[in-house]
Structures are given as structure tokens and as C-alpha cells.
Design a protein around this ligand. Structure first.
Ligand code: GAP
Length: 515
């Protein structure tokens, strides 16, 4: 695939063509940054959610799940800081009239410097061949060092300006770096202003008695307000976690990059309640644990990296992202945040109720500290989908498009294909479908030549194709074709179930976290 833009376009069109992701309200020309999941997309999304839930909740005796409502008492958001501090700094270009996030403009500028560094590395590696020492090159090459210093300084100044709420300094930085509007190409900028990202709505029928509500911008607060309910009814002992998956809403300004940044999206979050003072230990623990969850899916270890936050959110004393190499470069996939006792203390303050834990070992009560892991389900979907979409040149010179989804996540695990539509082969195929569908998703397909059916299933991400031919009538064996290797294997019908189950078993995939 040619370049990043082309590759990303292919991801988006493939997602549509194979029933994974559609633009919301498409027949009305769509709604910006809102998407619907199609017949395959919903299966992939459910499978990712289940894979997370299994690892996070069911495999941990001290983590339980909840499902809190999207609507919450509005004071929740005052307490959490979202009413006052959940803002993005915005800037408009006076010529194009386009609005941008000021911090994203600067981050994009730094990303361009990073791309220049990558280019220098590639050039040098070509020049020096096998003797090339990348580590030495990036720590000594004056051009690379120059780019690095420029980028680091820009991010540091941005973080400082945002921390001190000095929006004039953010604008000055944009001007100093000579950042131009991607649409008009001009540097004719307005001042930077803050814009709250929460969506407002109303509860109640009459205009005077209606209560102003927000659609939750994160699922985490539903966990915090239920901390005592769960701790008491579940008799949970610290350290313990509460997890949940669900919709969150943000009025994102920079709504682009497909399902990477949406206005309505889904989060998978876990709040781990710990003894104050132990946060450093648990921060490292969860960083490691979450990275190994990602790596268990085999998306390529070098496609993940940690990025420490320069600017900490209002609630955190340490925070980092797990970044993934999306088609448009490394970007945040998951956040790991040491949230201190900020949220519980704030809810205590605003409700006047104690949200404390009596620690029998210490014989005292305290407000627990919290370690949070927070991942966007849609972003994880994009990571898995974009990484899996590949175009291959085959030995015979032809090309195939194949969606190499991890088998554990694939929407359809096996397609059952009678070689021809007669001679009793469809009947055997239907019987196999009837038997296998109790265990996992299978699809019957009899249309077109078998080669075309293989290609169709490759592109849809189905890991196995089962072909019934005339030999099946005689010996009750079928051909099983593996999507990734295209290898074919003759097996008895009676062994199909166990053979496929072995390959898609969540346990076998999650066990990789321990190796
Ligand atoms: N409770 C903490 C929290 O919400 P966050 O870093 O703002 O932290 C966590 O969001 C994760 O949610 C991100 O790492 C990302 O995967 C996902 N996310 C955030 N905003 C999103 C958006 N507009 N569209 C899709 N996913 C988003």
C-alpha cells in the first residue's frame, strides 16, 4: 500500500464494503464524527469488548463489573471538574474560517519533526547498511538532535502555557513556529479560546422544571459514585477494581480520522482502588499488564509504545498513553492514569457523604487512591482493523486483499462452502453449519466459484473456510483452508469443531499474556 493517506482511505472503504463501519445517517449525507457499526462490525466490536472483559473482570478475583447509566446527576460533573476544566483550546483561521484545536496544531507540527527524524534514520540506514547503529545515529546526528530539541521545547512550552492557562502564549507559540492553516495556508489566526466538550441535554417535560443534564464524557464517574455500593455489597477489600464498558460523548472539534475521534464512542474503563502511597507500584503494574494484553493479540510489539503525559489532567499525579501505530502514525489508544483520591474526595465534598474505606490491617479509614486504565473500544477496533488489512502478492503473481484479524476476534470464524450446488454437497454443508453454529459464528456460502468465495472470505476476515467436495460423500472428510497461510488440510468432519475451537479459544490467546 502506497502511502499513509492511501492506506487509511483503503481502511475506511474496506470497512464500509465489508459491513464493518458505516457513516451515521448516510442517506441524509451523514453526521460528522458519528458512525454506525454494520453486521460484521458489531461482531468484531462485541468480540473486542468480551476479550477485554474476560481479561479485566473475569480473570481477576478482585475486579468486578458494573453498568452505570449514561445520565448522571449534573453535580457529578461539577465535582469531577468537567464543568470547569474539560475544555479544549480552540483557534480559528480568519481566512478559511476553519476552527482547530490549538494544542493539536502544535502536536501536528511536532509530529512532522518526528517524521523528518524517521526520514533521516532511513536515509542513514540505507547509506551505512549493516554497520548502521541507530542508537548512536539519533544521539549524535546534529540534524536529528536539532529536530528533537525543537519538538521537545515546543511541547514543553505548550504544556506550561496550558497548565498556567496562558492562552495568549499558546497563540504566540503557534505564530513563532509559523504554523499555517492546512486549508488556507495562511497564518492569520484569532486568539485562542477555551471550549467545553460536554453535550448538554434536558431531563423533564416542561421547560421551567426541566433539569440541565450532560451526556457523560467518560464512564469513570459512574464507577466513582458507585464505589461504596460495590465495596459494601461485594465485600471488596483494597486493592480492588470496578470495571465498565459503555458509551461516552464529547463535542470534539477536531472530528476527523474516521472512528479514531468520534462524538459518540465507547470506553472500556477500570478504576483500581488502592491504599494511598502505593500508586507508583500499581501504575507500573497496570502499564505492564495492559501492554501485555495488547501484545497477546499479535498486532506487532513494535506497533505499541508508551508516551508519558507532559501536561497532567486536573486529577492525575502520573499518566501515560499506550500509543499504537495507526495508518496516520503513532497515536493514543489507551490511557493509564494515577488519579490520586481526587474524584472520591470531590464527590465527598459535593455530597457531604463519606466515601471511605475502613482498612482492617491499618485499623483506620481513608479515601482510597485510584489507578485507572481507560481504552476506547472504537479506537481498539480501528487498531485491530487497520493492522489486519493487508494486500499480498501471491506466488502466481496475482494479488489478494486479506483481513488478517486475530482469529479470536474475527466476526465469522468459519465459512462452509459446498464445492457445487448439487450432488448432495449443500445438504452436508448445511448439516455442518447446524452443528458448528452452537459453538461459534459460521456462514454458509454457495455462490460463485470456490476461489472467489475464498477471496471474499479473506477480505471479510474469516479465518477458516471449510470446503465440501465429492470425496466428502465417500469418506466424511472436508478441506479446511487457513486464511493467513492459505494452506489446505484434509480433516474428518468430526474433528472440525475441536480444530477450530483450539484456534479461537479466548484462553489460548489470553495465556500469551503470561508467556
Ligand atoms: N476516564 C479517563 C478518560 O476518559 P481519556 O484519555 O480522555 O481519559 C480514554 O479517554 C480513552 O478513550 C482514550 O485513550 C481513547 O482511546 C478513548 N477516546 C477518548 N476520546 C475519544 C473520542 N472522541 N473518540 C474515540 N475514542 C476516544
Amino acid at each position: 500500500m502506497a502511502n499513509q493517506d492511501d492506506q487509511f482511505k483503503k481502511v475506511i472503504s474496506h470497512a464500509k464494503e465489508y459491513g464493518y463501519v458505516f457513516q451515521s445517517s448516510e442517506i441524509y449525507d451523514g453526521l460528522s464524527a458519528v458512525y454506525d457499526y454494520g453486521q460484521n462490525g458489531v461482531e468484531l466490536k462485541n468480540n473486542i469488548r468480551n476479550y477485554w472483559w474476560k481479561a479485566m473482570v473475569q480473570m481477576h478475583e478482585n475486579i468486578v463489573g458494573i453498568d452505570a447509566a449514561i445520565f448522571m446527576h449534573p453535580t457529578t460533573w461539577k465535582a469531577s471538574g468537567h464543568v470547569d476544566a474539560f475544555n479544549d483550546p480552540l483557534i480559528d483561521n480568519k481566512d478559511s474560517k476553519k476552527r482547530y484545536r490549538a494544542d493539536v496544531l502544535i502536536e501536528d507540527y511536532v509530529a512532522k519533526l518526528d517524521a523528518k527524524i524517521e526520514k533521516e534514520i532511513k536515509k542513514a540506514s540505507k547509506r551505512f547498511g549493516e554497520t548502521f547503529d541507530e542508537e548512536q545515529f539519533v544521539t549524535t546526528n546534529p540534524r536529528v538532535l536539532g529536530y528533537k530539541e525543537k519538538g521537545t521545547l515546543a511541547l514543553k512550552r505548550l504544556a506550561q502555557a496550558l497548565d498556567n492557562e496562558e492562552l495568549d502564549k499558546v497563540k504566540a507559540l503557534i505564530e513563532e513556529l509559523e504554523i499555517v492553516c492546512p486549508v488556507s495556508g495562511s497564518k492569520n489566526w484569532t486568539d485562542v479560546k477555551q471550549f467545553n466538550l460536554m453535550f448538554g441535554t434536558k431531563l423533564g417535560a416542561s421547560a421551567d422544571s426541566a433539569m440541565d443534564l450532560y451526556l457523560r464524557p467518560e464512564t469513570a464517574q459512574g464507577i466513582f459514585v458507585n464505589f461504596l455500593n460495590v465495596q459494601k455489597t461485594g465485600r471488596m477489600k483494597i486493592p480492588f477494581g470496578i470495571a465498565q464498558t459503555g458509551k461516552a460523548f464529547r463535542n470534539e472539534i477536531v472530528a476527523r480520522q474516521f472512528i479514531f475521534r468520534m462524538r459518540e464512542f465507547e470506553q472500556m474503563e477500570m478504576q483500581f482502588f488502592i491504599k494511598p502511597g502505593t500508586q507508583k507500584h500499581w501504575y507500573e503494574y497496570w502499564k505492564k499488564e495492559r501492554l501485555s494484553w495488547h501484545n497477546s493479540l499479535g498486532l506487532g510489539e513494535s506497533n505499541f509504545r508508551f508516551h508519558d503525559h507532559e501536561k497532567l489532567a486536573h486529577y492525575a499525579d502520573a499518566a501515560c498513553d499506550i500509543e499504537f501505530k495507526f495508518p496516520f502514525g503513532f497515536k493514543e489508544l489507551e490511557g493509564i492514569h494515577s488519579r490520586t483520591d481526587f474524584d472520591l474526595s470531590q464527590h465527598e465534598k459535593y455530597t457531604g457523604k463519606k466515601l471511605q474505606y475502613f482498612d482492617p490491617e491499618e485499623s483506620k479509614s481513608y479515601v482510597p487512591y485510584v489507578l485507572e486504565t481507560s481504552i476506547g473500544l472504537d479506537r481498539m477496533f480501528l487498531a485491530v482493523f487497520s493492522n489486519s488489512l493487508q494486500e499480498e502478492e501471491l506466488e502466481n503473481g496475482s494479488r489478494r486483499v486479506v483481513l488478517k484479524l486475530p482469529a479470536v476476534l474475527a466476526p465469522t470464524k468459519a465459512a462452509v462452502l459446498p464445492l457445487v450446488k448439487k450432488d448432495g454437497l449443500p445438504e452436508i454443508a448445511h448439516k455442518i453449519v447446524e452443528d458448528l453454529k452452537w459453538e461459534f459464528n459460521v456462514q454458509y456460502d454457495e455462490k460463485d466459484a470456490v476461489g472467489r468465495r475464498y477471496r471474499r472470505q479473506d477480505a471479510a476476515g474469516t479465518p477458516f473456510c471449510i470446503t465440501i467436495d465429492h470425496d466428502t460423500l465417500a469418506d466424511q472428510t472436508v478441506t479446511i483452508r487457513h486464511r493467513d497461510s492459505m494452506k489446505q488440510q484434509r480433516v474428518p468432519i468430526s474433528e472440525l469443531k475441536s480444530l477450530i475451537k483450539e484456534q479461537i479459544d479466548v484462553k489460548n490467546w489470553l495465556m500469551k499474556m503470561r508467556s
